[in-house]
Design a binder for this molecule. Structure first.
Ligand code: ZN
Length: 278
C-alpha cells in the first residue's frame, strides 16, 4: 500500500467540493497554491469557463485530470429522451478529450418519470453505455461506471453495487470501460472486497473519497470530510491498491456545511486528511 503520509501529488480535487466558492480558474490556482496534484472537474464548471479555456487552463497548470464528472443519466421515458441523453454523453466524451481526462465518470441514471420498472431502467443503462462505447472507444476516453448508494436508485443511479458494475463490464467488455469506486457509495457492501478483487486493476479507473456521517441529515448534500465519519477509507484504499490501483485519491464532498467554509481551509484540511486517514 502506498505511503501517503507526506504526499499531495496523488490527491485530486473533485470540483464539487468547492463548487459554491470557486470557479474553475480559482480551483486550478488553489490546487497549485496548495500543491495538490490533480483535479476532476464537473461539467458545469467547465462549461461556465468555456471548454477551450478550461482545457488551456488545466493544460498550463500541469495538473492531472483524474476524471470528468459526469456523463450518464441514460434512462428516459421515450426514444427521443434516450437519444438526447446519448447526444449529451457524446458531448461529455468530447469534453473529456479536450481536457485530457483519464476517464468520464458515469452516474448512470434512475427511473424515467412515472416508471416503476427498475429492471427496465437497468437494461436502458446497459444499452446506453453500449451505444456510448461506440463513440468513446475510438475517442480513447475510458468510461467509469460509478455505483451509487441504493438510496439514489430512483433518481440518480440504478447501478448500486460493485457487483452490478462488474456485471455490466462483463457484458459489454473491458475495452474502454471500468468502474469509479466511491467509498461513500459502496463502503457498506458485504461483497466489497470480493468485487474489488473481481474488478482488478484493469477495471478500477477512479477512487473517490469522502465520509459517511452519523447522523446523515441530507441524502445528497451532507457528505463528510474523510475522517469525520464511519468509513474505513484506508482499509478500502488497501483493497483497491491490493489489486494494483495506482491512480489518484479524489476527494469529492458535496456538503452544504463545507460549502459555507473558507475554501483555502478546505484545501488544507483535505491535505491533512489525505495524509492521515486516506
Ligand atoms: Zn464519486
Amino acid at each position: 500500500m502506498r505511503d501517503l503520509s507526506d504526499d499531495k501529488s496523488l490527491l485530486s480535487l473533485n470540483t464539487a467540493t468547492v463548487r459554491e466558492q470557486w470557479n474553475l480558474r480559482e480551483m486550478v490556482e488553489g490546487c497549485l497554491r496548495h500543491g495538490i496534484g490533480g483535479i476532476s472537474p464537473w461539467r458545469d464548471k467547465v462549461q461556465e469557463c468555456g471548454v477551450d479555456e478550461a482545457a488551456r487552463l488545466i493544460a498550463d497548470s500541469g495538473l492531472a485530470v483524474s476524471g470528468l464528472c459526469r456523463g450518464g443519466m441514460f434512462p428516459a421515458a421515450d426514444a427521443a429522451g434516450r437519444r438526447a441523453a446519448l447526444d449529451d454523453n457524446r458531448r461529455a466524451v468530447d469534453e473529456a478529450v479536450a481536457l485530457g481526462a483519464e476517464c468520464l465518470v458515469l452516474v448512470v441514471g434512475g427511473l424515467p418519470d412515472g416508471s416503476r420498472d427498475i429492471a427496465g431502467a437497468r437494461q436502458q443503462v446497459e444499452d446506453g453505455i453500449g451505444a456510448l462505447l461506440e463513440y468513446s472507444r475510438p475517442a480513447g476516453v475510458p468510461l467509469a461506471i460509478e455505483p451509487l448508494h441504493p438510496m439514489y436508485a430512483a433518481d440518480r443511479a440504478c447501478i448500486n453495487t460493485m457487483a452490478q458494475a462488474n456485471d455490466v463490464c462483463d457484458v459489454l467488455g473491458d475495452d474502454g470501460l471500468g468502474i469509479a469506486l466511491d467509498v461513500y457509495h459502496v463502503w457498506w457492501d458485504p461483497d466489497l472486497a470480493a468485487e474489488i478483487t473481481r474488478a482488478g486493476k484493469e477495471r478500477i479507473l477512479a477512487f473517490h473519497v469522502c465520509d459517511w456521517l452519523v447522523p446523515t441529515n441530507d441524502l445528497l448534500l451532507d457528505r463528510g470530510m474523510p475522517g469525520d465519519g464511519v468509513i474505513d477509507i484506508r482499509g478500502i484504499r488497501g483493497l483497491v491498491e491490493g489489486v494494483g490501483y495506482d491512480g489518484h485519491c479524489e476527494v469529492e464532498i458535496l456538503s452544504t456545511r463545507w460549502w459555507a467554509e473558507d475554501p483555502n481551509l478546505i484545501m488544507q484540511t483535505l491535505i491533512e486528511r489525505h495524509q492521515s486517514v486516506v
